[in-house]
Unconditional design. Sequence first.
Length: 332
Amino acid sequence: MIAQMLKKIILEYQPARNERFKNHPLQKYINNDVKKIVSKALGDSNSFYKVDASPGKGRWAFNTWITIMHPQVTKTAQSGYYPVYLFSDDSKTILFSLGQGYTKVKEKYGTKLAKQLFTARASTLRSKIPEASNFFQTNLDSITLRENDPVKERWVDSSAFGKAYNLNNFPSEKIIIEDLNNMIMLYEKLVDLNGWYLEDEIVVDVEVEESKLKAKEKKVLIKHKQQEAKILRNTSFINIIKKNSNYCCEACGINCKKVYGQTKQYIEAHHIVPVSQYNLEIGDSREITKDDISLLCPNCHRMIHMHGVPSLDEFKNKILPNFKKMIKNINK
């Protein structure tokens, strides 16, 4: 059913743009039926996702799109990151990718910086889940939605990973559903890892006592897969700790500020006691201090979890001395 829906849009959309928008059957189909079809394909366990699709507002957009948004990341296609179906102008190609919202970023940073930021964020997202390459292309340079069109180029450049469906070799319903399930699986992993750690795009109620460096993290029930409860990370508190640490990894010693310049995307907060062991009831809060957090670079953060979350000292002993010596020289 979803394969039939995608083919209908790619075949009919561009011809429909030459016709009156108001009350057009395809306009109604995209605004109503498409969202129901994708929601059904996601299944009941993923009913908390917001599915959106737009043929335009009052008039045809140059291209239509379909987004699948996790409420912890974004509720609008203008910001955050999300799985998205993008349709080419030549009615031949659909790009299914993990894309990024553009409007809010452009408004805040401007066009030139926004482009650089999209590329950096896409790279960060890929680095957090390298297993994405088992399911999707991580280099999308070969995919073109429209030649010499900066908007379409931005769509592709801002995608962390994905794949193209070509009308001449269109995949089966089974393959499209498998791709959708794999994309959602990877998306949820990113949500659990807090994506790219942008404090201005993660909204939680915070209580921070900066002078005493302690805060609270609250357990809330989010309608998530299998209905599990989630711990809301206190990002304001974490950012204070990051700043006071000068953005250094406490395991390998790399100074992210010196090496990368853009610090906030690269240093990550590791809970010494995993949040899964907090043993909180719904609505309870747990006071945390800086002693409950270790700041790690993305590599060390991934590896400490792969090793079963040992103590920081145990993990540091696993790092080769020559590597730590190299990092020390880089930090000078």
